[in-house]
Design a protein around this ligand. Sequence first.
Ligand SMILES: Cc1cc2nc3c(=O)[nH]c(=O)nc-3n(C[C@H](O)[C@H](O)[C@H](O)COP(=O)(O)OP(=O)(O)OC[C@H]3O[C@@H](n4cnc5c(N)ncnc54)[C@H](O)[C@@H]3O)c2cc1C
Length: 429
Amino acid sequence: MSDVAALTSDSHAVVVGGGLAGLRGAEAMRDAGFEGRLTIVGNEPHRPYDRPPLSKHVLTGLLPPDVTRLPSDLDGDVEWRLGVGAASLDRGARTLRLTDGTTLRYDALLIATGTRARPWIHPEEERLPGVFSIRSRDDAASLRAALVARPKRVVVIGAGFIGCEVAAVCRELDLPVCLIDPSPSPLGRVIGSAVGGLIGAVHEGWGVEMRLGAEVAHLEAKGGRFVGVRLKDGGRIEAQVAVVALGAVRNTEWLDGSGLSADSGGIDCDERGFVTDAFGQPDPRIAAAGDVARFPHPLYGGRRIALEHWGHAVAQARHAGRLLAGDASGPVYGAVPNFWSTQGDMVVKSVGLTEGADAVAIVQGDPAERRFVALYGRAGRCVAAVSVDSARWLPAYGHLIETAAPFPPAEAVTDRPSRKIDILDPGFA
Ligand SMILES: Cc1cc2nc3c(=O)[nH]c(=O)nc-3n(C[C@H](O)[C@H](O)[C@H](O)COP(=O)(O)OP(=O)(O)OC[C@H]3O[C@@H](n4cnc5c(N)ncnc54)[C@H](O)[C@@H]3O)c2cc1C
């Protein structure tokens, strides 16, 4: 199976996953001229909506959850199968079995099933009233209602991007909040403790209580409700609301038995975007995009990576949609990863991948002024940059990363060229 399947106006294209990547992929098929039947299968009851506001403006109350619907010119042009999921895939018969027992035959299939919130380790504790996670619009609406009830304290378990955003919202709402993470700083696993510590200091300035180097053992209940957390060191923190923010798990279980190469780290794709089977052979009728896709990134020597970034979901879905519609003329997909996070009035942005970085330097601005850019190096090359309230400088660093420029950069890129740049250990645990 190596040739791209040609779709005609009699063909049926199916998208599994009614999120950002599913929607943008379906649009791209139409833009590429596909005129046949197009079905989007989504297991949530809602039309595709935007997730970034869920942990920000929806929680502060600035936006109601239902205004997050994504704009699209697809409408009557698509058959929507909402509130029903794909349960299994038979590639030989080219059919999908859905959770309502029906089957769908496809000529082309886009897999865009994204991720779900990583569950708390003890399922019975996670079900307690007062315990929340945040992935869907409905999750955000429930957490917002709990915050409006003004709990005496909120605990956020996990200081990644979403945990930090939720902690910042709590302080905006003037709610006491405690952020708990085993790392020595917030965002330690993603951007390292050297830069994570600078961001942590901003949170502390807002009044976020930090319990770093600490791990939660249990969520405690009284009268059937969540009342606090027990730490592994025996300590206890009383709270009425817990937000579990432990990252995400990819939605690939429904592909078990399909013969495709997929696991909790994503579904594998080749360099064009077609999914591959257990022997590495591409299936030219199926592509994947967005959070669920694991693909060889040309910028990282073809290493397979899966990204959970909004901009990536859009760009890769457009690429996959065109590919399935028969337009394989474009370049191999390999955009520089980029991400943003709004925490209170602070905007953190990143380009590239910090993974494996062995050095970092503040190359622009000043952390004391809460405006800076940190540039990360790996084996003497620029691999990533993180900005705090200085995003306008990032494209220049994106270029250094894209071209694997030497680290530290040969030419001064700082706003104060005479300043000596200190090379620091990024502090990845
Ligand atoms: C709270 C939150 C805040 C975020 N903030 C930012 C941010 O500030 N910046 C940023 O760059 N990124 C952010 N992201 C990440 C960004 O939203 C994701 O990268 C993006 O949503 C990925 O889109 P997707 O379509 O691949 O996956 P999803 O948005 O997860 O959509 C996948 C859809 O498929 C459905 N599905 C799953 N399994 C099946 C099945 N078997 N059958 C049918 N349907 C199925 C899911 O229910 C879901 O509706 C945030 C994410 C969250 C959750």
